[in-house]
Ligand binder design. Structure first.
Ligand code: C2E
Ligand code: MG
Ligand code: MG
Ligand code: MG
Length: 291
């Protein structure tokens, strides 16, 4: 398998492909244990309301802290989890962690929503809605404080099952968000059948919207579409104030990006909330001061 052929000369050996395959096999072998031993962590990136910079939610992003290989990103291990049949376990793990962490923020008076990315496999997994129902019951989280982010492309392998699952999930009161919007190929007729609450504009358009007129047009069109369908809007990957100003002027409601914060630990996110929220009196300030 580690060979490639350019169609002209002899079969060439490709060592770089071999290294890649080795790493993949090694990670696949370790992933199960990593999930069971809770070595898959979750980082949180705030979702910020553009009109006043208030944090209205946080997105859970999975992180694998590997003892030898360092931090491994979800773009690498999520596909492995899908291929090895571990995705259900991983999704459950991340959902549990995210709900647990959000409940700590909620207990401190910060009623923000937590968003979890749901992989393609889970979106069309027949058992997923029932599974989610159990999770809501056992954790007791208010469903409207949980958002599931699904990508357009995740629904394409089985559109009917996706509609059925998302309809069942929306009926639970859980919010649904369509992630990386604009990069898939779903038709308007199909989108109309999905009970979506939020559209997230892919960062590829956001990054270049100030320099590329066609990307600006796409961003404006997505915002129009979302607003006309009664959905809220989130811009991903905002890194500078010129872009956030432009998005605010275009009527985009919420944004995420390094401009405000990189993904941080659950406790760092709480610090951020405590710091910004002046309506919540910190415990230390409420204590009587000895004179
Ligand atoms: P996504 O859901 O679209 O998440 C946004 C990605 O962009 C995250 O990368 C985030 O760290 C990064 N990002 C945020 N703001 C900025 C910015 O201003 N500039 C730049 N350059 N990047 C920014 P991350 O954490 O590596 O996640 C990549 C993808 O992996 C996610 O894309 C999501 O599709 C998937 N993913 C992450 N966690 C999970 C999970 O628990 N389950 C599943 N199924 N997928 C996950
Ligand atoms: Mg996402
Ligand atoms: Mg809803
Ligand atoms: Mg995205």
């Amino acid at each position: 398998y580690a060979a490639k052929h350019d169609g002209r000369g002899p079969v060439m050996y490709a060592p770089e492909l071999d290294v890649h395959t080795h790493r993949r096999l090694a990670l696949a072998a370790e992933l199960r244990t990593a999930i069971r031993e809770r070595r898959i962590g979750v980082a949180y990136q705030p979702k910020v309301r553009l009109s006043d910079d208030v944090v209205v939610g946080a997105e859970a992003l999975a992180r694998w802290n590997h003892p030898e290989m360092g931090q491994i990103g979800p773009d690498e291990f999520i596909p492995i989890a899908e291929e090895t049949g571990l995705i259900r376990e991983l999704t459950t793990h991340v959902l549990h962690r995210a709900i647990e962490d959000a409940q700590v923020w909620h207990a401190r008076g910060h009623l923000i929503s937590v968003a979890v990315n749901i992989s393609a496999r889970s979106v069309i997994d027949q058992d997923f809605p029932a599974h989610l129902t159990d999770l809501l019951r056992t954790t007791g989280i208010a469903p409207h404080l949980l958002t599931l982010e699904v990508t357009e492309s995740s629904m394409m392998t089985d559109r009917e099952q996706a509609v059925a699952n998302l309809t069942a999930i929306a009926a639970l009161g859980v919010e649904l968000s369509i992630d990386d919007f604009g990069t898939g190929f779903s038709s308007m007729a199909y989108l109309k059948r999905l009970p979506l609450d939020e559209i997230k504009i892919d960062q590829g358009f956001i990054r270049t919207m100030l320099v590329d007129e066609s990307d600006a047009v796409i961003v404006r069109s997505i915002l129009d579409l979302a607003h006309n369908l009664g959905m809220s809007t989130v811009a991903e990957g905002v890194e500078d104030t010129a872009t956030s100003d432009a998005l605010l002027a275009l009527g985009c409601g919420v944004a995420q990006g390094y401009l405000w914060s990189r993904p941080v630990s659950a406790s760092a996110l709480l610090q951020l909330l405590v710091h910004e929220d002046r309506s919540v009196v910190p415990v230390s300030a409420a204590r009587p001061v000895a004179i």
